[in-house]
Design a protein around this ligand. Structure first.
Ligand SMILES: Cc1ncc(COP(=O)(O)O)c(C=O)c1O
Length: 456
């Protein structure tokens, strides 16, 4: 560890003793001391006390501008007034029935008006809906295999936990990546049914369809790979996938758990002008409550209607989440709010770019809708293996440096990105840029020294 990073870590520890203490307590009863592995990091995670609009406070009373926003699930920002009002109203009229109600068609209508799907089923998490989408595709095509991209994350079911963060030499040749289990407990048979291709490389996709003619049910992807910072699809990539899927009788599934609400009004299909066969939505569509959905053509959903594919769930369409979802679609994810976020995004990106140019930091800024990231690379990354080349100590220097200055620039881990909520303000963005201006010179210096050390 180099001295400037150590200094930031020391400051972090001094500022957050109550988080350290709380984490120690958690460790006794909860593995890693956290409820989701993604929340664990060294020396310990910040424990949160409360949030409001674009800010949150930790147990020690430190205030942060929040661009973590629950891993991108809060494009609404904390306690959005419209969402809170809708939720409060529902809390007094019954929270669970396990019976149909009239908010279901209302929200299904909202989704079908906005995204290119004809019918919708609801769930509670991204994991749940990508799992159902994959099963639907298998049922519709009568095929067992699916194709996913190396480094892509689609949740925690067996089929998704393949080649999420594989390492050399396990991951094999980039032209035909090996399917690697993301942990113990994934059956070997699953690995045989999940074929891996390289993001932004259509040839690796063609190769899989050639090797497994008539066997692949679907291509599932995030239209922007957002499990490696922000990795944009190169021109023609999504169009190419659309064509390959159609030509081979496979379905194209857009996992829009992140992009659906945060990219723009109509999600990735509108943003990129490419129409998938199925979409999966979660995170920011719930405005802060657990809500997810998958949507597709009527012909695919007919399998559910005909009782050929089973879909259910006790918590599906619980009225509190549905009320939050309706308020989110109607009063949060509006064209005006997207314009506001777009303006802030430009201001933030421009601010970062100026500082990068001034300090000579080797990095670039990428942004799309409410999402963006400081990418600590000399040139644009195109796939997971490019992403792996990051200097993780340098990234930690950036993240802790920003946190110590009251800005949670993104969730911890260099595979994430920032989110700008509809409640962020110009002032928040000014403070964010000022914090980066303070951190960047030491970051640039450390980067130069570290690359000089590598060369010598
Ligand atoms: C693209 C994508 N798909 C699926 C998921 C899983 O969603 P959840 O955590 O709600 O199960 C995530 C979560 O980060 C995601 O980013």
């Amino acid at each position: 560890m180099y001295p400037e990073l150590q200094k930031e870590l020391d400051t972090f520890v001094k500022r957050t003793p109550k988080s350290a203490e709380a984490h120690k307590k958690n460790l006794k009863r909860i593995p890693l001391g956290v409820a989701s592995n993604y929340r664990a990091y060294e020396p310990y995670p910040i424990f949160v006390k409360e949030g409001q609009a674009s800010h949150f406070r930790d147990l020690d009373g430190n205030d942060y501008i929040d661009h973590n926003l629950c891993f991108g699930a809060l494009m609404a920002g904390h306690c959005h007034p419209a969402v809170m009002k809708a939720v409060e109203k529902r809390l007094t009229t019954g929270t669970m029935f396990g019976m149909p109600h009239d908010m279901e068609w209302e929200l299904a209508e909202e989704i079908c008006n906005r995204f290119p799907v004809e019918m919708v089923r609801f769930g509670n998490s991204g994991t749940e809906v990508t799992m159902h989408a994959v099963r639907m595709a298998r049922a519709f095509t009568g095929r067992d295999k699916i194709l996913k991209f190396e480094g892509a994350y689609h949740g925690l079911h067996d089929n998704a936990l393949v080649s999420v963060k594989p390492h050399a030499p396990d991951f094999g040749d980039i032209n035909a990546p090996t399917a690697v289990s993301a942990g113990l407990g994934v059956p070997k048979a699953t690995l045989d049914n999940v074929l891996i291709a390289t993001f932004n490389d259509l040839e690796t996709v063609e190769r899989r369809f050639h090797q497994h003619t008539g066997e692949i049910a679907a291509i599932i992807l995030e239209p922007i790979l957002m499990n490696v910072g922000v990795c944009m699809p190169q021109p023609g990539f999504l169009e190419g996938l659309r064509e390959i899927a159609t030509r081979n009788g496979a379905l194209l599934i857009f996992d829009e758990v992140k992009t659906g609400a945060k990219l723009g009004w109509g999600g990735a299909s509108e943003y990129f002008g490419v129409t998938p066969d199925m979409i999966c939505l979660a995170k920011s569509i719930g405005g802060g409550l657990p809500l997810a959905a998958f949507g597709t053509h009527k012909s695919v959903m007919d399998l559910i209607s005909q009782h050929k594919v089973f879909h259910g769930g006790t918590y599906n369409t619980n009225p509190v989440s549905m009320a939050a979802g309706l308020a989110t679609f109607r009063e949060v994810l509006t064209r005006e709010n997207y314009a506001h976020v777009e303006k802030l995004s430009k201001k933030l990106s421009d601010g970062y770019r100026e500082i990068i140019a001034k300090t000579g930091l080797q990095a670039y800024i990428v942004s799309a809708g409410a999402n963006g990231a400081l990418m600590l690379y000399a040139s644009e990354i195109r796939n997971y293996r490019d992403w792996l080349t990051i200097d993780t100590d340098l990234w930690r220097h950036y993240w802790f440096g920003m946190v110590n200055r009251g800005v949670m620039a993104q969730p911890y881990w260099w595979d994430e990105q920032w989110t700008i909520s509809v409640q962020h303000t110009e002032k928040d963005i000014d403070q964010h840029i000022a914090a980066f201006a303070d951190v960047a010179p030491a970051l640039a210096k450390a980067q130069q020294e570290r690359s000089a050390a590598v060369v010598s």
